[in-house]
Design a protein around this ligand. Sequence first.
Ligand SMILES: [Zn+2]
Length: 338
Amino acid sequence: MCYQKLLQCDFLSEEKKKEISYYLDRMTQNSIFTLSQFIFDNKLDRDLSKKLLTWLCTNNILKRGYAVRCPNCGHMIELIDDINNTKDTIFCVNCSQDVELTSEDIVIIYMLNSPPFVDGQWVETYFKTLEQLQPAVPKEDTLKELLDSGQANELFYSPSQQEYLELQRLYNDIFVADSTKEKGDTLEDLVRYLFNLCIHFKANSIKIGNNQIDCYSRNQLCVPGTNIEPSDYDIISECKNENKKPGITYLEKLHSILIQSNRKNGIIFSKKEAPSTYLSTARELYLQDKILIISIDGNDLDKISNHKYNFLECIARKQAEIILNAKSNLVNQGLYSA
Ligand SMILES: [Zn+2]
């Protein structure tokens, strides 16, 4: 059943495809497993397993769930199907009290993505099978490990083949549209589409004060136990579709919009590369009030749309360059992959 789909996977040997397909075909609607279980069952190495599980989820063969475990007694309290719905405290029936959660108490589980139920019903069906995860859960199966290991960008942004085709279409539109107005809109369309591909962002164009914002991306993810406001990760983006380098004035204008709206992250998207003074100016603004504004240009968008570079990794790397005042290429140094 899964074999036909697995044939499209380009990083697995033929033999492994058969084995994995056999493994998945034996699963029932009630089967759940974790990363460490998957590694053990299939004798695959850790990195390959992570990559494969992400691929299987992106291609709708598996889906992820998040099991909330009581930090006091180990009882599996709840199963969440949307990572944006995690919370800081929860009531444990076993302990008869509210317990505070951290990302170590969220266990990432996998199951087949073909239940014959309507949405929401699967939670009850899988609830009993959760008991098999008790009481000790290996650290590597928790949300904390996933966030710490730097793999979160792949979890939050992993477009399907279909979505990549749409990305390429939107990217091409930027360069073939006729009028200036049309060109402006095409870049906005691509940027909004990119943010909406990230499972923790909702993005749209909005008006803030007197300014029409090309793309406001609201972060919905709240990582329990961190005391970080989800809105600290919101991003305000401006799109500059001109055939010249985006001026430093754009940077200053976006900076004042961010101050006015009490937000910390901005991106200037442009067709052409930002001027060489851009980084030092962005760094000054960051030191001044911890506001980070990065620049993503046509070259970056080509890598993201046509060569499958990870969009979130690209954002994280560019933010790190400003914070660190990096003089080395962080990709070449192996610190970032995009
Ligand atoms: Zn408990």
